[in-house]
Design a binder for this molecule. Structure first.
Ligand code: HEC
Length: 239
């Protein structure tokens, strides 16, 4: 070989080396082994996230609303929902259901529609006695009421008044019925709990029915412990 050809060879070797290096770095694409396009990877990730969420929901517990960090600042509505599990789990719905059957003892006088009987039994629908202070309401049902009273601008003075229910009904039953009458026929107010009824019971020492003037100091008073319930609950919890 001449010097020239040796030079040429040198070049050829360099080129071969270069090719080899390039081949090492970037191997020939074989059919079926092409790199996956970006959009396919992206789509797969989106599918995985959604499918994972669905799986989580189906297998219980996991919810988009609670797991979504963008919704985290939106407080979950504490008021009763309408779904199947709200019916069973929500204390308000439970109280309403039990209160509606407990109301049978009141309905004979105040009527199923809560409107009472004019001149005889005052209405509970729209009554300030029902939706006002929870302390007066609990006391009325606990020990009854007698004498002249005014409800929605109408005077009532039914002989004998209303009997006491405190002895006949448990605190839970009373609480449920009161929650029911505060949230039926268009009434919207906070729940009354068993604890609230018990608190009034423990403070109330009397054996005769209340009169309107005796209860006046409690007309706007709320027993601590109310929780908001029902759409647009109006009575603010007292402290
Ligand atoms: C036997 C009939 C009778 C029954 C049963 C009865 N009430 Fe009454 N209720 C009355 C009468 C009469 C008055 C008005 C008393 C007065 O004139 O002083 C009254 C007054 C009230 C008031 C205050 C006024 C108003 O209309 O808001 C409430 C609240 C009330 N009753 C709730 C109840 C609840 C709750 C029950 C069932 C646990 C019940 N009552 C059962 C006859 C009855």
């Amino acid at each position: 070989m001449s010097a020239n050809s040796s030079n040429l060879n040198q070049d050829t070797i360099d080129l071969d080396r270069l090719h080899a290096a390039v081949k090492r770095e970037k191997q020939d694409l074989q059919p079926g082994a092409e790199p996956v396009p970006m959009w396919v990877i992206f789509l797969a990730m989106v599918v995985a996230v959604i499918a994972g969420g669905q799986l989580g929901m189906m297998t219980g517990g996991w919810k988009f609303e609670t797991a979504n960090p963008f919704l985290a600042s939106t407080p979950l509505d504490p008021r009763p929902g309408s779904g199947a599990d709200a019916q069973t789990a929500d204390p308000f719905q439970t109280a309403m259901k039990k209160g509606s059957s407990g109301y049978a003892v009141c309905g004979g006088c105040h009527q199923g529609n809560g409107l009472g009987i004019p001149g005889q039994f005052p209405p509970l629908a729209g009554s300030e006695w029902v939706m006002g202070g929870t302390e007066r309401l609990i006391r009325v049902v606990q020990h009854g009421l007698v004498g002249a009273i005014t409800v929605k601008g109408q005077g009532y003075n039914t002989p004998g008044g209303m009997q006491a229910f405190g002895a006949a009904m448990s605190s839970t039953d009373l609480a449920n019925v009161l929650t029911y009458i505060r949230n039926s026929w268009g009434n919207e107010a906070t729940m009354i709990t068993k604890e609230m009824v018990e608190k009034v019971r423990s403070e109330e020492k009397r054996s005769q029915q209340w009169t309107e003037s005796e209860l006046a100091p409690f007309a706007e008073k709320n027993v601590p412990g109310e929780i908001p319930a029902g759409p647009g609950a109006t009575v603010k919890p007292s402290v």
